[in-house]
Ligand binder design. Structure first.
Ligand code: NAD
Length: 342
């Protein structure tokens, strides 16, 4: 493809607005040509802000628009499956946020459609593009810590998302810990064979009506013999706290930091520094790099480093962790599938 990839962003909420902005400012291979959101006035407002002439309050209309090469789907997770299938049937190249869908059946149907139509389907596991995680991956692959044998990761959100989001999110293991399952598989180059999920509501009683928890732990085992643990929390009032550690036979790698700037304030009261406030700040570079990668894959006809195939495996792990939490028993996973991007 010689021209810039003509993109439409569907869903302009917490993250969709941000993806639209990044497309305009930081992705030279792509051009934002349209935006869609059913919330009255939202699409028009965003279109005006970014100087775009086209918008729609019916995102499905955009899936059929011949002037659009690619769609960036950032709508509630429960709508992803249907949208991907319609986008693929219309020959649109697809970037979709994680998780791919909420059920494995739908994930598999989506993957079949993507394969049948030959379109690209990149999924928003942006940690693979974050400079710190990417550097850790290069160092692990170069043998700097020997054989990786333990993954420890946590995702602590500043606070709980609104009830309307929780309702469509699939629960904390599928919505939140899924980022750690993906990056753990990627960093260790191994598939997860067993999960044991645990969780409790510590601070957000409203989650009970959605069968969700605000604090979770998953103990995981890999086919390489490695193990790990993944914590997720919706109570991190100090900021967005994402860190990980990979322990190897010859050393260890720490990934992430709380610091937002390389500045420390010293006064008679002591010292302090700013903490990363939100996911948009923590992963700004990763969000730009994943969209740049997507645009390049569309232009060159190459396969992205993270697709619906990995997303389906990550979802399977998230569902198993949820089932394990509910049943109180570990759940085994079938890893006979071919290793994908690992
Ligand atoms: N990769 C990440 O770090 C990350 C972070 C946040 C959210 N997400 C994912 O992004 C997706 C959106 O999350 P969010 O936090 O931006 O949600 P949100 O609720 O803030 O925004 C969703 C937007 O989609 C619109 N919408 C609702 N139904 C729609 C439909 N049928 N078609 C089109 N638009 C519709 C809503 O009006 C809203 O503006 C979710 O799948 C979520 O899991 C990923």
């Amino acid at each position: 493809m010689e021209h810039q990839v003509r993109c439409a962003v569907l869903g302009l909420g917490r993250l969709g607005y941000y993806h639209a902005k990044n497309l305009v400012t930081s992705v030279p291979g792509a051009k934002l040509v349209s935006v869609g959101d059913p919330l009255k006035g939202r699409a028009e407002q965003v279109a005006r802000e970014f100087g775009i002439e086209e918008w729609s309050e019916d995102p499905y209309e955009l899936l059929e628009d011949p002037g659009i090469d690619a769609v960036i789907i950032v709508t509630p997770t429960s709508t992803h499956g249907d949208m991907i299938i319609k986008a693929a049937e219309n020959g649109k190249q697809i970037f979709v946020e994680k998780p791919l869908t909420l059920s494995l059946e739908e994930s598999k149907a989506v993957s079949e459609k993507v394969k049948e139509t030959g379109v690209i389907c990149q999924v928003g596991f942006m940690r693979r593009f974050d400079p710190a995680y990417a550097d850790a991956k290069r160092r692990i692959d170069a043998g700097e810590i020997g054989k990786p044998i333990y993954y420890k990761g946590f995702t602590r959100d500043q606070g709980a998302p609104p009830a309307e989001f929780i309702k469509h999110s699939g629960g904390i293991f599928i919505d939140c810990s899924i980022h750690d399952y993906d990056i753990a598989r990627y960093l260790l180059g191994a598939e997860i064979t067993s999960v044991s999920g645990h969780g409790r509501i510590l601070n957000n009683p409203f989650m009970e009506q959605y069968g969700d928890v605000d604090q979770a732990l998953t103990y995981i085992e890999f086919d390489s013999g490695a193990a790990g643990d993944v914590e997720a929390s919706r109570t991190s009032p100090y900021g967005h706290d994402i860190r990980a550690e990979v322990i190897g036979t010859e050393g260890s790698i720490f990934i992430g930091t709380l610091r937002n700037q390389h500045v420390t304030i010293l006064s008679a009261k002591g010292s302090s520094y700013d903490i990363i406030p939100d996911f948009q700040t923590r992963f700004h570079e990763a969000y730009c790099l994943e969209l740049q990668h997507f645009a390049e894959c569309v232009r060159n006809g190459t396969t992205p480093i993270v697709t619906d195939v990995d997303a389906t495996i990550n979802l399977e792990v998230g569902i198993a962790a949820t089932n394990s939490y509910r049943s109180g028993r570990p759940v085994q996973l079938d890893v006979s599938r071919a290793h994908t991007s690992l």
